[in-house]
Design a protein around this ligand. Structure first.
Ligand SMILES: NC(=O)C1=CN([C@@H]2O[C@H](COP(=O)(O)OP(=O)(O)OC[C@H]3O[C@@H](n4cnc5c(N)ncnc54)[C@H](OP(=O)(O)O)[C@@H]3O)[C@@H](O)[C@H]2O)C=CC1
Ligand SMILES: CC(=O)N[C@@H](CCC(=O)OP(=O)(O)O)C(=O)O
Length: 343
């Protein structure tokens, strides 16, 4: 059994980790932290875990966390970088769901995240946690920087075209929509029901923190700089990301459907839908699947890729469990292969 700790067990990604790990056949939950709920029984706060998780929240303590084989940080950026080093020294593997170790260019990270990075040496060591891009690196890693939610949907959508050099690197546009849980559980006026319901808006159009991460991923796959445009939108639903990705294909004769199907044939968590399909966010709700459809409207040279994920699962907790499974040599789908709820 792999013993696991979670720092930030009361947030939306933390409780999603709890849900997945509580029924994982190879994991024993050992420590779950919350500073605000210290001493509260987990099952009292989250009744869906009654009878499944018999632990209380405790304040984060490196000593207690170092008794675990792996520690997940489901915390705001700036938290994991403070204690990851000490845990690694004590032989604990670390999986950060936040952004502390994702961007290799430290000044760029500091610019977008508005703080000084205290452990740049760990950024150099960290392996980016997107298995479809990086499975062999994850296998040998001690420290994982889980991919962000939007970057997951966008990178998986563009990946087959970039790998084959089939898309013009100029003019790529990622038009993305996210459910409100993407903003986390902390109270904010902008995410109140009265502010969000029956409305729809773009945000951060001039630049969002996921832009440098998306650009880093796409450039790595392409082997050249990819100056993508990324515009996120907030949509009145709780979970889900829908990415509509545009680009220009160089060769109109390539069978894009066959390309996507063959690239993802062996990937357990990417489902290429039949030609002409329109994946819905509800088809991935609560699950670790990314569903993709590829279109070339009217047979012209514009390609439109539709990519949907659950931001809290494939975009966060499920992806973190998938990387843990790979790191510990477990079945990659263990604990994250349940069929989702519809409707
Ligand atoms: N929501 C999403 O869709 C996604 C989120 N992420 C990333 O995952 C991380 C967590 O997100 P989310 O679950 O939404 O966040 P929430 O705001 O919902 O939860 C944050 C959690 O972290 C704890 N926490 C906050 N500050 C500290 C601290 N200084 N030390 C220790 N614990 C702390 C909080 O508990 P307490 O204050 O009681 O200690 C709480 O449990 C973030 O980095 C986010 O960017 C990644 C992908 C998707
Ligand atoms: C709707 C909403 O607010 N979404 C968040 C998504 C970021 C996120 O969830 O964090 P990661 O960087 O760790 O993936 C945002 O736009 O900031």
């Amino acid at each position: 059994m792999v013993s696991a700790g979670i720092v930030g067990g009361t947030g939306y990604t933390g409780v999603e980790l709890l849900r997945l790990l509580a029924s994982h056949p190879e994991v024993e939950l050992k420590v779950i932290t919350s500073r605000s709920e210290d001493g509260t029984a987990v099952a009292d706060m989250f009744p869906n875990l009654r009878g499944r998780v018999d632990l209380r929240f405790t304040t984060p303590d490196v000593g207690a966390l170092s008794e675990c084989d792996v520690v997940f940080f489901a915390t705001p950026h700036g938290v994991a970088m403070k204690s990851a080093g000490e845990l690694l020294e004590r032989g604990v593997k670390v999986i950060d769901l936040g952004a502390d170790f994702r961007i290799k260019d430290i000044p760029l990270w500091e610019k977008w995240y508005g703080m000084e990075h205290t452990t740049p040496e760990l950024v150099a060591e960290a392996v980016y946690g997107l298995p479809e891009l990086n499975r062999s690196g994850i296998r040998d890693a001690r420290l994982i920087a889980c991919a962000g939610c939007y970057p997951t949907a966008v990178s998986l959508g563009y990946l087959p075209l970039l790998e084959q050099g089939l898309i013009d690197l100029r003019g790529m546009i990622a038009d993305c929509k996210s459910g409100v849980s993407g903003a986390g559980r902390a109270a904010k006026v902008a995410t109140l029901m009265c502010e969000v319901d029956s409305s729809f808006k773009a945000y951060a159009a001039p630049g969002h923190r996921h832009l440098p991460e998306i650009r880093q991923n796409l450039s790595r796959i392409a082997g050249a700089d990819v100056p993508v445009t990324f515009v996120p939108h907030l949509i009145p639903m709780i979970r889900g990301i829908h990415a509509t990705l545009y680009g220009t294909v160089a060769d109109r004769n390539t069978d894009l459907q066959a390309l996507f199907e063959s690239r993802y044939a062996d990937e357990p968590f990417v489902d290429v839908m039949p030609a002409g399909a329109h994946p819905e966010t509800r088809s991935v709700r609560g699950g670790n699947m990314c569903r993709i459809a590829v279109h070339r409207p009217q047979g012209e040279d514009t390609v439109v890729i539709l990519s949907v994920i659950d931001n809290l699962v494939k975009g966060a907790a499920g992806q973190a469990v998938q990387t843990m499974n790979i790191m510990f040599g477990l079945n990659e789908t263990a604990g994250i292969d349940a069929i989702t709820v519809l409707p």
